[in-house]
Design a protein around this ligand. Structure first.
Ligand code: KIV
Ligand code: ZN
Length: 399
């Protein structure tokens, strides 16, 4: 089975979005967790951006041994120098050089011709390759580039020594079929050259980053670039945990595996959220608080009988300690009995009925029933029963 390499850019594309910046110590802490997660490549930053970023990349490069460490550079000598300086302590460094290939970016942003772009790609990839064992080239805005020029740019990068070709959907414009078609055409052009890996890098402006990444894998990409919790520019990057779990759950369809330790997903998501102080939305796939929570009675009943009825993956697989049955007004008797049993109360049918009706009445006012409320309900029910039994025992003596 083929392996898809996971390139995590939480510390670069993720970190450069508003509200997510991290200092060196925070980046280091997160990098160690991402290494634990088993990602193949950690993109640690963009060293030319600031001295602080350069130092952070250098610190990550010195600390991480289990993953490759990448640093980003525009196709400019000063960027390449800064990236290589930062990567100096890395055991497995990767230089990541990028240049836009769409006419929109070439004419309006960079103000250079296609020929000048090809020249910059050749020169900077070649320079990088002489000083670094591995060079990745990214064709920024690939999905809006003229496909034949994109092929030419990729061929130039390969000739100059790049072994990874990344085709970003920089502005999240592509839809899965188009994005896959771009990979098929580039593959055809460079002829499946041995040792060359195609890579997907998707943004989520239309909510299709994960779908596009999966489509690229089907079309031959063997590296995906993504971030924890899907953080990143604007609407974010493709979410690492969603891609990882999709590839695992639908392995028969995709026929590929990753080297990720899925049980480290939740810890990675929590750590990022704590470091940047940004909560994970409750409905976020895989890692949101509601991702494995069940409130509707019919669902709770199904889950208790067989989790597969309403869960396609069990929470333990991604490192979430236990599934959460939320007790609220939609809950059923079975869920109440189950939670009471977990709390140490094996209730009779009559006790259960009373607990259940009290709980439903409470749930109409409060949104969720806490364990404390459930416990006080069952204790009240038992006290009441004991009192009634006591009166019944005393009654004959009184007569
Ligand atoms: O979205 C993008 O095009 C990028 C590149 C710099 C890889 O982040
Ligand atoms: Zn990006």
């Amino acid at each position: 089975m083929d392996t898809v390499r996971i390139f995590d850019t939480t510390l670069r594309d993720g970190e450069q979005s508003p509200g997510f910046s991290m200092n060196t110590e925070q980046k280091l802490r997160l990098a160690r967790q991402i290494e634990q997660l088993g990602v193949d490549i950690i993109e640690a930053g963009f060293p030319i951006a600031s001295r602080g970023d350069l130092e952070a990349v250098r610190a990550v490069a010195g600390a991480v041994r289990g993953s490759r460490v990448a640093a980003l550079a525009r196709a400019k000598q000063a960027d390449v120098d800064a990236a290589l300086e930062a990567l100096a302590p890395a055991a497995q460094p990767r230089l990541h050089v990028f240049l836009a290939t769409s006419d929109l970016h070439l004419h309006h942003k960079l103000r250079i011709t296609r020929a000048e772009a090809l020249d910059a790609i050749r020169t900077m990839v070649h320079l990088g390759r002489r000083r670094c064992p591995e060079v990745e080239f990214s064709a920024e805005d690939a999905s809006r580039s003229d496909i034949e020029f994109l092929c030419e740019a990729c061929a130039a990068a390969v000739e100059a020594g790049a072994t990874i070709l990344n085709l970003p959907d920089t502005v999240g414009y592509a839809v899965p079929e188009e994005y896959a078609q771009m990979f098929r055409r580039v593959r055809e052009h460079i002829g499946d050259a041995p040792g060359i890996t195609l890579s997907a890098h998707c943004h989520n402006d239309l909510g299709m980053a994960v779908a596009n990444s999966l489509a690229a894998i089907e079309a031959g990409a063997r590296q995906v670039e993504c971030t924890i919790n899907g953080i990143g520019e604007r609407a974010g990057n493709a979410s690492l945990e969603e891609i990882a779990v999709a590839l695992a759950v639908r392995q028969q369809k995709y026929g590929v595996r990753t080297g990720l330790r899925l049980d480290q997903i939740y810890a990675s998501s929590r750590l990022l959220s704590t470091i940047v102080n940004v909560p994970v939305p409750p409905n976020k796939a895989v890692v949101g608080a509601n991702a494995f929570a069940h409130e509707a009675g019919i669902h709770q009943d199904g889950i208790l009988k067989n989790p597969l009825t309403y869960e396609i993956i069990s929470p333990e697989v991604v490192g979430i300690p236990a599934r959460k049955l939320v007790l609220g007004k939609h809950s059923g008797r079975n869920a109440v009995r189950f939670r009471l049993k977990e709390l140490g109360y094996d209730v009779t049918e009559i006790e259960l009925n009373e607990c259940y009706s009290t709980m439903i009445a409470l749930a109409d006012q409060a949104r969720q029933i806490s364990d404390r409320e459930l416990l006080s309900t069952v204790l009240n029910v038992r006290r009441r029963h004991a009192a009634v039994a006591g009166i019944a025992q005393q009654a004959p003596a009184a007569t």
